[in-house]
Design a protein around this ligand. Sequence first.
Ligand code: BT5
Length: 244
Amino acid sequence: MALPVIPPIEFLTSVGSTNSYLLQRTDSCIPFQAVATLNQTAGRGRLGRSWESTSGLGLAVSIALPVLAGVANAGLHSLLVGTAVLRFVQGQGLVQAQMKWPNDILVGGRKISGILCEMTPAGFVVAGIGINLSYAENQLPLQESTSLGVEGVHVDDVHKFTHELVENLVRVWAAAGKSNTNWSKFLSPSIGTLGERVKVVETQDHSWEGLAEGLNDDGHLLVRSFQDGILRTVVAADVLHLRQ
Ligand code: BT5
């Protein structure tokens, strides 16, 4: 399949947030325009949380993806970006990597990459990807995180690595953009959460546990509650994998 043309990636020495940088420019953006840095100083996560990075050790990339026809929510776009990042990380040799719904890439249960998708009025999804690159074990931003370096993958050429990451994303976008995609079927194989016993954290004071049985065509997680056996649709929440 012929890939769309990928514009040159803009590498910044330093920036607050690559997502914010691109969001401010989407009026003049072209599809698949991307910006990257190894020094993101105010990285953003979901729900007002932050994405930590140490200069030179973590890669931040944002790309302006055209909104897919018939897909209205950022969540589904985010799962697609997750699929691309997962395949890319697995392609680096980490075949055991998993995607935890809705937006974490884990290796051995530890987070190596996080994704933040934001829709814009200009018809783009700004997809932000943070990847822990070359942190040693004692430099990791959080105890429950990991990095490519810790997992034995050493990135010599960050520009080439970033270009391949973006190209992977564009390839998934092109495949997903074909009409009549059955999203549940397309995305389910990538989501390690399916089949897992999970804790669904809806708010700080409200959580419950169940079995993650499936994904619907809106990308929402279907979890059967252990307490009452009801299959509930989880639209937006944090999900933790419970291991016996
Ligand atoms: C995310 O949010 O995981 C989305 C992170 C997206 C970051 C990218 S970098 C490029 C672009 N520009 C931005 O400003 N952002 C995007 P969330 O699911 O809310 O997870 C945030 C949580 O992950 C934090 O509260 C920490 O617990 C954890 N965390 C923060 N930094 C981490 C890191 N470097 N590695 C692993 N876990 C981290």
